[in-house]
Write a protein of this length. Sequence first.
Lengths: 314, 308, 238
Amino acid sequence: MTSTAKSNTLHFGLLFFLAIAFLVLPEYHSGNLARIMILAIYAMGYNVLFGYTGLLSLGHALFFSAGMYGLGLTMHLNGWTPAPAFVAALLASTIVAAIVGFLVLRTTGVAFMIVTLMFAQAGYLTILYFGTYTRGDEGFALQQATRQLIGFDLTNPSVRYYTALILFSVVLLLLAYLVRSPFGRTLVAIRENGERAKMLGYNVTAIKLQAVILSGVISGASGAAYALLFGYAGATFATVQYSILPLLWVLVGGAGTTTGAFFGVLFMTYLIDYASGQTNAYLIVVGLVLVAVTLFLPHGIVGTLRNKYAGWLP
Amino acid sequence: MDFGPHLLLAVLEGGVTAAVLALTAMGLSIVFGVMRVVNVAHGEFYMVGAVLAWYIATALGGNPILGFMAAIVIAPLLVGSLAAGVDRLILRRINYDPERTIVATIGTLYILQQTTLMTFGPDPRPVEPPFNSRIALPWFDWNQNGLEFYYPWGLSITSYKLFVIAAAAVILITLWFAITRSKAGLIMRATQQDSDMAQAFGIPVKTVYSVVFGLGAGLAAIGAVLVVPIQQAYYLMGHDPLLLAFIVVIIGGLGSLPGTIIAAILIGMADSIISVFFTPTLAKIFATLLVATVLVFRPTGLMGKSTA
Amino acid sequence: MILSTCGLTKAYAGVAANTDIDFDLPVGQTRAIIGPNGAGKSTFVGMVCGRIPATRGSVSFDGTDITTMAAHERIRKGMAYTFQITSVFQGLSVRENINLAARRRLGKNKLAVTRKTDEVLERLNIANRSDQLASNLSYGHQRILEIGMGLAQDPRLFILDEPTQGLAESEVDDFNQLMKSMDAETTILLIEHNMNVVMAVAEYITVLDQGMVLANGTPEEIRANTAVQEAYLGTGHG
């Protein structure tokens, strides 16, 4: 089998498995899986910038929450229906990503990390500052009656699950295509040796900006989908924690792999789930896993599999 | 209270903030200057210092002066050793790679914070200051009798807060002399300049790194012990100091003691004054955007040496 | 003239790396730039390809003033550049390295990219290594790979900064053959220390010393030039 064929088998296989999983799993787990798929979209968005372009952002919660509030506020305050609200969310995250990207790409390395962190912090604080509209940390709920899409009730568990699956599939297949495309390969080249890429005639800064915007839009889509499917928007999703989580997920699953993001979210969600049953200090597993992965498994689960056994893994 | 006295109060409170901030930021700055790594867990070392101070003061029972004196000596030493341990176990093994260090220190942040939550608990707990007399401050009024002084109600400072400012100043001056005049300081500066060269001259660079990392955390812990009788020990108290320390280091220039002091005074004052006259949230928005702007338009010189 | 510079100067805080360089390069010529260490050869070439901004002076390529043009845009205009210290994509395969070079021009046309890459691999005799990671190649082979990346761009002006440094003798011979076999339309500008290569390959030589042009001439003229000999041997300079 050619590597493209293997790659397609892997991706469609995963989607097929997820499609039937709903029918066999108990509701608690299928509910989890729906959430995991939505957050995996966020992780995949983050992976575009971190895994493929090699830029470590500590401020992606800004894009996630731009999408979340873009949809949340238009529905909650302006009474918009889901579809135009989703478009508004995508637009919001595109604009935020473009502006932030333009400023942030003037920096590199550690400065880049800090500036992204700072912008995200400013975003979070701004959400708090306009608390009269956003309800700050408390957040607001989106009523069930409003969460209807072309006749389907998005609060219904099966509708919710398959909507999440559809969105997840779109992003996964987009990513799979991107990775093989000239644009995707250029991102990798920039990650590997930016100076050499520049001296081959690639406009590195412009391409990085495109990567930031793409990453931001996908993250925003995840935020909007989360608000829509789980009926809630709150400032917690704009905190530093939600900037660190995608980094964690991608590192654990495998940066620069297409499926790593999903497996990272899956693993960490269940680990945190288990830990929160043991102690109220369950976030300690986040810390322990981050340190362990950085020390012992820098390529993550899928990345290590790829290096050791299956070089064809996309 | 009128504007004048209100401003004076804000300035004095800002002085306390600046004093503690200068110590904390200096710790972060030294680590970044010598080791070229960003310690995201710096705020948690600060927090652990405060928490340990609570444990020590509580363990010693009655006398707050004794408790405080023990805390200010023991807590920074413990925190410094803890940090040196983190350096040896984790940072050294990832070879101080900038990206991996950030990830590893984020992990350390969570470990320290959550362990404290598990042991110390989620509630803030007070520590009694060793002394705390109220000192009323005068303000002037320019009226038909000429320049007249009076004591506005509410305009006062405590003797302890004045002590904090003085203590911070003494410690920073001692640090300045240690870095510039002592042999240990020379070794540190040599390692900062050129670690390969220093190694070639027989300086045990890895040990220097552990000591520096410990020193950085220890300075933060001293700041925390000084501040804990004013605020309270709380497992989340490391978040804001980390942010402010970042801002100070970036604006003041890494490794530069005078720069850090000046920036700490500016930021401490600004934060205090804006918080008093506007809202703390607005102050923080201003501060974070300021850092971002400085880095965006002046990315070299400050972070230039460690671009990954 | 495919490349011209006029008064090109680079000064770093009081130290003049290059001063007032006037340089003209006709289409299709193979020109070597030589000179003792520190003469400013790499700085000059850096200003030509856009990696280093000039303090003063102008550069024009193919009749267009490119003085303020960004490096990547100059490359797009038809320049290729190999680094003094080999710079390839270490983590990627030999094939993908060349693909990336070819792809910038040939874009989405997968067939054209593959064809061009195969052509370059054959020409440089490294087809059997096409799936190896660049980091696993010897230094000499990595340099050859980098030259291959330049070839894949079908450049009008090929700039090479000390290309034979680190190559084995047989590889140097292959290099000389390669240079001679280059299309008559391709202009070559190379910085070289290896005088054998220079004599074998260059049609014309520019000698730099202390940041300025010392001499221009054919290989024979330069060989006989006493000023050049002095510059290299260091006699007569205070």
